[in-house]
Design a protein around this ligand. Structure first.
Ligand code: NAP
Length: 244
Protein backbone atom coordinates (compact mmCIF):
# COMPACT_ATOMS: atom_id res chain seq x y z
CA UNK A 1 0.00 0.00 0.00
CA UNK A 2 1.31 3.46 -0.89
CA UNK A 3 1.75 6.30 1.58
CA UNK A 4 -1.49 8.12 2.50
CA UNK A 5 -1.91 11.31 0.49
CA UNK A 6 -1.77 14.68 2.22
CA UNK A 7 -4.96 16.75 2.33
CA UNK A 8 -5.03 20.54 1.87
CA UNK A 9 -7.93 22.80 2.88
CA UNK A 10 -8.06 25.97 0.79
CA UNK A 11 -10.55 28.68 1.74
CA UNK A 12 -12.03 30.78 -1.06
CA UNK A 13 -10.55 28.16 -3.36
CA UNK A 14 -13.02 27.94 -6.23
CA UNK A 15 -11.39 30.71 -8.27
CA UNK A 16 -8.51 33.16 -8.47
CA UNK A 17 -5.34 32.61 -6.46
CA UNK A 18 -6.90 29.93 -4.22
CA UNK A 19 -7.90 27.79 -7.20
CA UNK A 20 -4.43 28.08 -8.73
CA UNK A 21 -2.90 26.95 -5.42
CA UNK A 22 -5.35 24.02 -5.36
CA UNK A 23 -4.20 22.93 -8.84
CA UNK A 24 -0.50 23.32 -7.99
CA UNK A 25 -0.87 21.17 -4.86
CA UNK A 26 -3.00 18.64 -6.76
CA UNK A 27 -0.22 18.27 -9.36
CA UNK A 28 2.09 17.45 -6.44
CA UNK A 29 -0.28 14.63 -5.40
CA UNK A 30 -2.21 16.36 -2.62
CA UNK A 31 -5.96 15.72 -2.14
CA UNK A 32 -7.88 18.99 -2.08
CA UNK A 33 -10.72 20.34 0.05
CA UNK A 34 -12.08 23.51 -1.48
CA UNK A 35 -14.13 25.86 0.64
CA UNK A 36 -16.06 28.77 -0.78
CA UNK A 37 -19.07 30.87 0.07
CA UNK A 38 -20.67 30.10 -3.31
CA UNK A 39 -22.94 27.08 -3.75
CA UNK A 40 -21.74 23.63 -4.77
CA UNK A 41 -23.03 23.98 -8.32
CA UNK A 42 -20.86 27.05 -8.95
CA UNK A 43 -17.80 25.32 -7.48
CA UNK A 44 -18.32 22.09 -9.46
CA UNK A 45 -16.13 23.05 -12.47
CA UNK A 46 -13.23 23.73 -10.07
CA UNK A 47 -13.76 20.37 -8.35
CA UNK A 48 -13.95 18.58 -11.72
CA UNK A 49 -10.74 20.23 -12.93
CA UNK A 50 -8.84 19.18 -9.81
CA UNK A 51 -10.15 15.61 -10.04
CA UNK A 52 -8.98 15.48 -13.66
CA UNK A 53 -5.43 16.00 -12.33
CA UNK A 54 -5.77 12.62 -10.58
CA UNK A 55 -6.39 13.42 -6.91
CA UNK A 56 -9.51 13.58 -4.76
CA UNK A 57 -11.33 16.89 -4.49
CA UNK A 58 -14.21 17.78 -2.19
CA UNK A 59 -16.24 20.97 -1.72
CA UNK A 60 -17.46 22.40 1.60
CA UNK A 61 -19.62 25.48 1.39
CA UNK A 62 -19.36 27.82 4.38
CA UNK A 63 -18.74 31.44 5.27
CA UNK A 64 -15.21 31.73 6.73
CA UNK A 65 -16.33 34.65 8.88
CA UNK A 66 -19.02 32.58 10.65
CA UNK A 67 -17.42 30.81 13.64
CA UNK A 68 -20.17 28.18 14.04
CA UNK A 69 -20.21 27.27 10.34
CA UNK A 70 -16.41 26.99 10.32
CA UNK A 71 -16.24 24.73 13.39
CA UNK A 72 -19.02 22.42 12.16
CA UNK A 73 -17.49 22.19 8.67
CA UNK A 74 -13.95 21.46 9.87
CA UNK A 75 -15.23 18.78 12.29
CA UNK A 76 -17.15 17.23 9.37
CA UNK A 77 -14.04 17.27 7.16
CA UNK A 78 -12.08 15.37 9.82
CA UNK A 79 -14.96 12.92 10.24
CA UNK A 80 -15.09 12.41 6.45
CA UNK A 81 -11.38 12.35 5.60
CA UNK A 82 -9.42 11.90 8.86
CA UNK A 83 -6.83 14.66 8.60
CA UNK A 84 -5.90 18.11 7.25
CA UNK A 85 -2.17 18.50 6.63
CA UNK A 86 -2.08 21.85 4.84
CA UNK A 87 -4.31 24.87 5.51
CA UNK A 88 -4.34 27.82 3.14
CA UNK A 89 -6.28 30.76 4.60
CA UNK A 90 -6.95 32.45 1.28
CA UNK A 91 -10.53 33.82 1.25
CA UNK A 92 -10.52 37.60 1.22
CA UNK A 93 -12.38 40.69 0.07
CA UNK A 94 -11.76 44.40 -0.47
CA UNK A 95 -14.04 47.33 0.40
CA UNK A 96 -11.76 50.20 -0.53
CA UNK A 97 -12.17 53.89 0.29
CA UNK A 98 -10.34 56.75 1.88
CA UNK A 99 -10.08 56.37 5.65
CA UNK A 100 -12.08 59.47 6.60
CA UNK A 101 -15.02 58.24 4.53
CA UNK A 102 -14.75 54.63 5.67
CA UNK A 103 -17.97 53.39 7.28
CA UNK A 104 -17.79 51.13 10.36
CA UNK A 105 -19.44 48.29 8.34
CA UNK A 106 -16.75 48.66 5.66
CA UNK A 107 -14.02 48.35 8.30
CA UNK A 108 -15.67 45.52 10.26
CA UNK A 109 -16.58 43.38 7.26
CA UNK A 110 -13.06 43.40 5.81
CA UNK A 111 -11.42 42.72 9.18
CA UNK A 112 -13.86 39.91 9.90
CA UNK A 113 -13.60 38.16 6.52
CA UNK A 114 -9.85 38.64 5.97
CA UNK A 115 -8.49 38.35 9.52
CA UNK A 116 -11.29 36.93 11.70
CA UNK A 117 -11.58 34.02 9.26
CA UNK A 118 -7.94 33.05 9.81
CA UNK A 119 -8.62 32.89 13.55
CA UNK A 120 -11.81 30.81 13.11
CA UNK A 121 -10.45 28.36 10.54
CA UNK A 122 -6.99 27.96 12.09
CA UNK A 123 -8.48 27.57 15.56
CA UNK A 124 -10.69 24.75 14.28
CA UNK A 125 -7.93 23.01 12.28
CA UNK A 126 -4.85 23.42 14.46
CA UNK A 127 -6.02 21.11 17.25
CA UNK A 128 -6.12 18.26 14.73
CA UNK A 129 -2.66 19.21 13.43
CA UNK A 130 -1.38 19.26 17.03
CA UNK A 131 -2.65 15.70 17.55
CA UNK A 132 -1.04 14.65 14.26
CA UNK A 133 2.16 16.49 15.23
CA UNK A 134 2.60 18.01 11.82
CA UNK A 135 1.05 20.68 9.61
CA UNK A 136 1.69 23.62 7.34
CA UNK A 137 -0.49 26.73 7.61
CA UNK A 138 -0.22 29.47 5.02
CA UNK A 139 -1.97 32.81 5.35
CA UNK A 140 -2.64 34.84 2.21
CA UNK A 141 -1.56 38.32 3.23
CA UNK A 142 -0.53 41.09 0.80
CA UNK A 143 2.34 43.50 0.21
CA UNK A 144 -0.02 46.24 1.41
CA UNK A 145 -0.04 44.50 4.80
CA UNK A 146 3.69 45.25 4.97
CA UNK A 147 3.87 48.62 3.22
CA UNK A 148 0.34 50.11 3.49
CA UNK A 149 -1.72 51.51 0.60
CA UNK A 150 -3.77 54.71 0.38
CA UNK A 151 -7.46 53.83 0.11
CA UNK A 152 -7.05 50.44 1.77
CA UNK A 153 -6.83 51.13 5.53
CA UNK A 154 -9.21 48.26 6.36
CA UNK A 155 -7.62 45.80 3.92
CA UNK A 156 -4.01 46.61 4.80
CA UNK A 157 -4.78 46.42 8.53
CA UNK A 158 -6.36 42.98 8.01
CA UNK A 159 -3.36 41.78 5.98
CA UNK A 160 -0.87 43.17 8.53
CA UNK A 161 -2.85 41.36 11.22
CA UNK A 162 -2.35 38.10 9.34
CA UNK A 163 1.42 38.60 9.48
CA UNK A 164 1.31 39.10 13.27
CA UNK A 165 -0.84 35.99 13.61
CA UNK A 166 1.58 34.04 11.38
CA UNK A 167 4.66 34.92 13.44
CA UNK A 168 2.92 34.26 16.76
CA UNK A 169 1.56 30.84 15.74
CA UNK A 170 4.99 29.92 14.32
CA UNK A 171 6.43 30.58 17.79
CA UNK A 172 3.64 28.79 19.65
CA UNK A 173 3.43 25.62 17.51
CA UNK A 174 6.91 25.09 16.02
CA UNK A 175 7.59 22.51 18.73
CA UNK A 176 4.57 20.53 17.45
CA UNK A 177 6.10 20.44 13.96
CA UNK A 178 3.51 22.91 12.68
CA UNK A 179 4.92 25.60 10.40
CA UNK A 180 3.06 28.85 9.81
CA UNK A 181 3.96 31.28 7.02
CA UNK A 182 2.39 34.15 5.10
CA UNK A 183 2.54 34.92 1.40
CA UNK A 184 2.31 38.58 0.40
CA UNK A 185 1.26 38.91 -3.24
CA UNK A 186 1.69 42.16 -5.16
CA UNK A 187 -0.66 42.96 -8.07
CA UNK A 188 -1.96 39.64 -9.32
CA UNK A 189 -4.30 39.27 -12.30
CA UNK A 190 -7.60 38.04 -10.79
CA UNK A 191 -11.21 39.18 -10.50
CA UNK A 192 -10.13 41.23 -7.45
CA UNK A 193 -7.71 43.39 -9.46
CA UNK A 194 -9.89 43.42 -12.61
CA UNK A 195 -12.00 45.96 -10.69
CA UNK A 196 -9.05 48.37 -10.93
CA UNK A 197 -9.50 48.72 -14.71
CA UNK A 198 -6.46 49.83 -16.74
CA UNK A 199 -3.35 48.32 -15.16
CA UNK A 200 -0.71 50.02 -17.35
CA UNK A 201 0.15 52.51 -14.58
CA UNK A 202 0.62 49.74 -12.04
CA UNK A 203 2.86 47.81 -14.41
CA UNK A 204 5.21 50.77 -14.65
CA UNK A 205 5.78 50.57 -10.89
CA UNK A 206 6.72 46.89 -11.01
CA UNK A 207 10.45 46.27 -11.67
CA UNK A 208 9.62 43.00 -13.45
CA UNK A 209 7.31 44.95 -15.79
CA UNK A 210 4.22 42.77 -15.49
CA UNK A 211 1.42 41.93 -13.13
CA UNK A 212 1.77 38.62 -11.35
CA UNK A 213 -0.30 35.57 -12.19
CA UNK A 214 -2.10 33.28 -9.73
CA UNK A 215 0.46 30.62 -10.75
CA UNK A 216 3.30 32.87 -9.50
CA UNK A 217 1.69 32.75 -6.06
CA UNK A 218 0.83 29.06 -6.24
CA UNK A 219 4.49 28.09 -6.75
CA UNK A 220 5.48 29.78 -3.49
CA UNK A 221 2.51 28.27 -1.65
CA UNK A 222 3.58 24.82 -2.86
CA UNK A 223 7.16 25.47 -1.70
CA UNK A 224 5.95 26.45 1.77
CA UNK A 225 3.46 23.59 1.96
CA UNK A 226 5.60 20.75 0.64
CA UNK A 227 9.19 21.55 -0.28
CA UNK A 228 10.56 22.87 3.00
CA UNK A 229 10.50 21.46 6.52
CA UNK A 230 12.31 24.35 8.21
CA UNK A 231 10.84 27.65 6.99
CA UNK A 232 8.40 29.11 9.51
CA UNK A 233 7.19 32.52 10.68
CA UNK A 234 8.01 34.17 7.34
CA UNK A 235 6.04 36.66 5.28
CA UNK A 236 7.25 36.20 1.71
CA UNK A 237 6.61 38.98 -0.79
CA UNK A 238 5.78 37.68 -4.26
CA UNK A 239 5.41 40.93 -6.13
CA UNK A 240 7.89 41.17 -9.01
CA UNK A 241 9.87 43.72 -6.98
CA UNK A 242 6.96 46.11 -6.35
CA UNK A 243 7.55 48.27 -3.24
CA UNK A 244 11.29 47.55 -3.16
P1 NAP B 1 -10.96 36.49 -5.68
O1 NAP B 1 -10.74 36.08 -7.11
O2 NAP B 1 -11.97 37.51 -5.35
O3 NAP B 1 -11.24 35.15 -4.83
C1 NAP B 1 -11.56 35.20 -3.47
C2 NAP B 1 -12.37 33.99 -3.14
O4 NAP B 1 -12.76 34.06 -1.74
C3 NAP B 1 -13.67 33.92 -3.95
O5 NAP B 1 -13.87 32.60 -4.42
C4 NAP B 1 -14.72 34.33 -2.93
O6 NAP B 1 -15.99 33.75 -3.14
C5 NAP B 1 -14.13 33.75 -1.65
N1 NAP B 1 -14.74 34.35 -0.47
C6 NAP B 1 -15.02 35.66 -0.24
N2 NAP B 1 -15.60 35.82 0.95
C7 NAP B 1 -15.73 34.57 1.49
C8 NAP B 1 -16.27 34.07 2.70
N3 NAP B 1 -16.81 34.90 3.61
N4 NAP B 1 -16.24 32.73 2.93
C9 NAP B 1 -15.70 31.90 2.02
N5 NAP B 1 -15.16 32.31 0.85
C10 NAP B 1 -15.18 33.63 0.59
O7 NAP B 1 -9.60 37.00 -5.03
P2 NAP B 1 -8.07 36.66 -5.34
O8 NAP B 1 -7.51 37.79 -6.08
O9 NAP B 1 -7.91 35.28 -5.84
O10 NAP B 1 -7.50 36.77 -3.85
C11 NAP B 1 -7.27 35.65 -3.02
C12 NAP B 1 -6.52 36.13 -1.78
O11 NAP B 1 -5.30 36.76 -2.16
C13 NAP B 1 -7.30 37.17 -0.97
O12 NAP B 1 -7.09 36.96 0.41
C14 NAP B 1 -6.66 38.48 -1.40
O13 NAP B 1 -6.78 39.48 -0.42
C15 NAP B 1 -5.23 38.06 -1.60
N6 NAP B 1 -4.46 38.96 -2.46
C16 NAP B 1 -4.83 39.16 -3.76
C17 NAP B 1 -4.07 40.05 -4.54
C18 NAP B 1 -4.40 40.30 -6.00
O14 NAP B 1 -3.72 41.13 -6.60
N7 NAP B 1 -5.39 39.64 -6.59
C19 NAP B 1 -2.98 40.71 -3.99
C20 NAP B 1 -2.65 40.48 -2.68
C21 NAP B 1 -3.39 39.59 -1.92
P3 NAP B 1 -17.10 34.52 -4.04
O15 NAP B 1 -16.49 34.79 -5.34
O16 NAP B 1 -18.21 33.53 -4.13
O17 NAP B 1 -17.45 35.76 -3.28
Amino acid sequence: MGEERKIALITGGSRGIGFSCAKELAHAGVDIIINDICDAEKAQPAIDEIKSIGVNAWFYQFDVSNAEQVQASVDKMIEDHGHIDILLNNAGITKDGLFVRMKPEQWEQVIKINLGSAYYVTHAVIKYMMKARHGSIINMSSIVGVHGNAGQANYSASKAGLIGLTKTLAKEYGNRNIRVNAVCPGFIQTAMTAELGNTAEYQKAIPMGRLGTPEDIAKVVKFLALDTDYVTGQAIEVAGGLML
